[in-house]
Every structure is written in structure tokens, then in C-alpha cells.
Design a protein around this ligand. Sequence first.
Ligand SMILES: Cc1ncc(COP(=O)(O)O)c(C=O)c1O
Length: 386
Amino acid sequence: MSSVSFSAGLRAMSVPPFHAMTMSKRATDRAALGLNTMFLQVGQPSTGAPLGARRAVIDALEADRPLGYTNSPGLPALIDRIVRHYDDRYDVSIDAESVTIVAGASAGFTLAFLAAFDPGDRVGVLEPGYPCYRNALIALGMEPVPIPIGPETNWSPTRERLDEVGPLQGLVIASPSNPTGTVLDTTTIDDLVAYCDTRAIQLISDEIYHGITYGLPASTVVGRSPHPVVVNSFSKYYSMTGWRLGWMVLPAHLRDTVDRLQQNLYICAPHVSQIAGLAAFDCTDELDAHVTRYARNRDVLIDGLSRSGIVDIARADGAFYVYADVSHLTHDSMNLCHRWLDELGVAVTPGLDFDLDRGHRYVRFSYAGSLEHIEQACDSLATWNP
Ligand SMILES: Cc1ncc(COP(=O)(O)O)c(C=O)c1O
């Protein structure tokens, strides 16, 4: 026997877990044992793809279409439909050449980060914010630079906060945001775009929660400047998480590079999902009904949490999350989440996922799931004895 040993790469080993997925695994394992479990931990609709999307796929399968690779940037019909979507929804005209279909927003970030940055580049990520920006940047050898935001700025980034962190090559923003549900107003978006443009900071705007807002609709970065990258997806509003489908709107300076990366890393997004995605654009009634349901879930959750004394929450104007300060209960939200799951069957996500510094005081509740789970969870929390 030789004494050689194998291990994963050091950089990859330093990538932290995505705790929401770890909690999901624990919750589904628990449910599989027949234990009552309330799923408020993961940001995924409990509904499936809209009917029209499913029918389009059935038709394609019944017609025995080969469903081979598509062009790397995606099915031309889907790209054209996305161009029309920007016109219809935002009154912005974009070129078909700017659109690339990707295997979920997650693949979009990998492509955007690899295309725009070099190893060692400093890329601003908001804290709290979606953890995979930070973790994907680490995996790719770039340096995520946390930009702390909080209630004092309404959970929005400001010029002052950006100035404080020193020079950046990139900045990732999301509106509506995960985990706070914050929707950035148009003035803030314009200001961030101008800030980045004058400093040659590559702005990447994650617009995955567009369509899920409870007041004013979210504004897109598309059309405000020729430089930003926009990433969007079918996972949230379109209720198609497992189909792994998203799109990017790319500035001219990144298109060829992203195309070459996509050819080599993914070839193309899944063909069958692209067929479904195309049809999903015509399912607005069904999808808007989901948003009406989320609005009701949100009210019930906020009201229910207040019965447990959980009242210090970010104003949730979009997405489907409530980000709550639980420092009156714990300074170890990871432990709290494990206890709630073990003792009550309530699965939620520790704030540590979203904010390495202050997350131990916060918990994220997702209200994308069923109203019944939300009601049961609130009842259990109200009777819980810390
Ligand atoms: C803000 C944000 N961006 C991206 C993603 C991942 O999206 P996709 O399923 O399209 O890869 C998520 C998933 O929760 C998210 O919350």
C-alpha cells in the first residue's frame, strides 16, 4: 500500500456551507421519519411550475422532439420573449444579443464573476445578503468585501458605506433582497449605478425576486447604464426552482467572454427547461395568484411572530422572507434554529448564512410555503419556552 493521501483543494475546502440547505436537509430527514415539520427555512415556492409551462413540456415530449443542446446563449424564441418582457414590464428596449439563458441565477453568478473579475479582485457584497455571492466568490479566488447594512439605512447600501470599504472592482446588489425583503427605490438604484460607473466598479444586479413585491414594483438596472450585469431566474416568481433556469442581461464588454465561458462550462441551459420557461411568460394569472398568497402568508407570519415577541423585523416589501432580530432570545441563532427544529419541528435559517458578523442575532423566516405551516409554526413558537 502506498502512503499517498488525497484531499480536496484548499480553496474549495474553505467555502462555507449554505446553512439554509443544511437546515433543509435536516428538516426533510425529520419529515421522512414521520415527524411533524414546518418548512420555513428555504426560499422556494411550495407550488410547481405553472400549468402552461408543464403543458408545453408535455407537448414537446409527446412530439418526440430530440431536446438536444440549444445554442449556448439559449433558444432564440426564449431570448426574444425575454426582450419583449423588458419592453412590456419595464418599458426598456434591449438587444437579443445582450440576453444569455443560464442554468439558474447561480450559474449566472459564476459566469458573471468569472467574466468580469480576476482572482484577488475585491467585490462588495451586502451583509446581510444572499450567502452564495460571498461563497461563490471565495470558490473562484476573488475577495468578497462585506458592506454592512442595517435598519439605520433601511437595509439599503449607501455611498458612505461603500466609501468605507476601500477600492472595489465589483459590487453585487439585490432588490428585492434576500434575506430582508428590502426593495431599493429608484433613486437609490440610480445612485448606485452612478457610483459604480464613475469608479469602473462592475455592478451585478440580482433581480431574481422581481414580480414578488407588495407595494411598488421593483425597478430594474437594465437601461440605466450600459455597464451593469443583470441576473434573473425562473426560480422565484415563476415558481420553477428545480428546473434550473435563469437569464442574464449583459453589457457589450462581457458578452463574448460570457459566451465562451458558457460554451465551455455548461454548453447551454437545459433545453426542456427553456421550453417550460418560454411558456411560463404566458402564465401571469397563475403566477400573480401566488404573489397574492405570499402577501397573505406575510401578514399571518408577521402577526404570528409578534405573539412570540419577535417584532424587530426588516420591512418586508418584496421576496418572501422576514428577517428578524432574535437577540432577546439568543446570541447564537444557529443553536436556536437547531433547537426550534428539534423541539418544535419549526425549520428556519440562522442569520449566520447572511451576515457573518451580526447574523448570530438574526433568523430568517421564509413564507413561500404553505399558510398551514406558517400558522402551526407561529402557534408553536408562541408556546415555546426558551
Ligand atoms: C437572492 C438570490 N439569488 C439567487 C438565488 C439562486 O437562484 P437560482 O435558483 O436561480 O439559482 C437565490 C435562491 O434562493 C436567491 O435568494
